[in-house]
Design a protein around this ligand. Structure first.
Ligand SMILES: O=C(O)C(=O)C[C@]1(C(=O)O)C=C[C@@H](O)C=C1
Length: 119
């Protein structure tokens, strides 16, 4: 049987520190690449893929919002600020490749995480 333990096989160092946030998820593994050549042309089947993606996106958004609220609560509990501008800029920059709509999307994600402002 093949030994698949992490230490076997190669002298290559294990990838432990992602170089950019995009590398924190294996897009191929979760079938999230934008290459759709391998998909059938059948509309019903394509809609099933849309449904799958919407479920992934919705789940990710809900989890992101919950994590963001948890960070905010922890920060404020230790006397920190409600918002961190530098982090928000980073989030907005990530979505810049989607253009104007990417900016809108990033702002929505931030809003979902931090709740209404001015309370
Ligand atoms: O990274 C943080 O410190 C967060 O609180 C998370 C988060 C976000 O949702 O990305 C939310 C509010 C902050 O203003 C900045 C970023």
């Amino acid at each position: 049987m093949t030994d698949r333990s992490p230490s076997s096989g190669s002298d290559e160092p294990q990838q432990s520190t992602p170089t950019s946030f995009e590398n924190t998820i294996d897009l191929e593994k979760y079938q999230l690449t934008s290459d759709v050549d391998d998909l059938p042309d059948d509309i019903d089947e394509l809609r099933l893929e849309i449904d799958r993606l919407d479920a992934v996106i919705l789940g990710a958004i809900k989890r992101r919002s919950a994590v963001s609220k948890k960070i905010g609560a922890a920060r404020m509990a230790s006397g920190g600020p409600r918002l961190v501008h530098s982090r928000e800029v980073k989030v907005i920059d990530r979505f810049a490749e989607l253009g104007k709509e990417g900016h809108t999307l990033a702002m929505l994600l931030l809003r979902l995480g931090r709740g209404p402002l001015g309370r």
